[in-house]
Design a protein around this ligand. Structure first.
Ligand SMILES: Cc1cc2nc3c(=O)[nH]c(=O)nc-3n(C[C@H](O)[C@H](O)[C@H](O)COP(=O)(O)OP(=O)(O)OC[C@H]3O[C@@H](n4cnc5c(N)ncnc54)[C@H](O)[C@@H]3O)c2cc1C
Length: 228
């Protein structure tokens, strides 16, 4: 059996199978999980600076931050067409709002467990989110922001959405440190494999799609070789 349903779906199926459906314990399942350090921030701009109409796609730029060493996180500003120019972005535009979405890899110390009839996700990427907020504040300052950001400033980082779930079925050299071996086979469950982003032991900086494909074909090769 090869599980390849994406991080959240693979975790849901394996946790349910393990806890409810009688598959038995899978050591470390759900640990070493992350949603990424995502932070959406809205800043009110002064009337004379806010553009009346923004054209084009979302802005994706690289800037040097004094004192920063290497890559730590990224932050993008959205223009309306990115979300289809829908009611939300029109409303934000009308309110002279600078909308920024930031992302950065974290320590992958979150955990997903099974409780009752569903999954419980525990993940609080405090460090990287604080750094993203600080960068977003500095960018907004350059735009002449006058009002405090309407993001969750001052509150603990508790993500309310994420595009970056990863881990939970960590690949490792032995069962004390992960869920699957280097072939993607679940420790203690011969014939059960995982081949998607849930096996990643660390978070990628960019989109992991190519790495997921490479990993899946590596695991497929191991399965074919073992069967031969
Ligand atoms: C750090 C990071 C950065 C990222 N950056 C980007 C980015 O810049 N741009 C971007 O587009 N994305 C980005 N992503 C998202 C990324 O594309 C996804 O994480 C990636 O596609 C996950 O691949 P996957 O194979 O694990 O799962 P998926 O691509 O979700 O594949 C799972 C497949 O299984 C199928 N499936 C689900 N449940 C079942 C079931 N019960 N039975 C049968 N089939 C099922 C689904 O339909 C789907 O086809 C990022 C993610 C991370 C972690």
């Amino acid at each position: 059996v090869v599980m390849s349903a994406g991080t959240m779906n693979t975790l849901r199926i394996l946790l349910r199978s393990s806890v409810v459906a009688g598959l038995g314990p899978i050591p470390n399942l759900g640990k070493y999980f992350s949603l990424g350090g995502d932070n959406l921030a809205l800043y009110r701009l002064p009337r004379d600076i806010a553009p009346k109409k923004i054209e084009g796609h979302f802005l994706d730029a690289v800037m040097a931050v004094p004192g920063a060493k290497g890559f730590d996180h990224q932050s993008m500003a959205f223009a309306p067409p990115f979300l289809g120019g829908g009611w939300l972005m029109r409303a934000l535009q009308g309110q002279r709002t600078l909308t920024m979405f930031g992302f950065g890899p974290d320590a992958m110390d979150g955990e997903v467990t099974w409780k009752g009839r569903g999954m419980v996700v525990r993940h609080q990427p405090q460090g990287v989110v604080a750094r993203i907020r600080s960068t977003q504040d500095r960018i907004a300052q350059e735009f002449g922001r006058t009002k405090a950001p309407r993001s969750s400033e001052g509150k603990p980082a508790r993500p309310w959405f994420s595009c970056h779930p990863i881990g939970g079925c960590r690949m490792a050299t032995d069962p004390s440190r992960g869920v699957v071996d280097f072939k993607g086979q679940v420790f203690g469950h011969p014939g059960l494999y995982v081949a998607d982003a849930s096996v990643f032991p660390i978070m990628t900086i960019g989109g992991p799609q190519l790495s997921v494909s490479a990993l899946a074909s590596w695991i497929a090769e191991r399965i074919v070789n073992e069967a031969a």
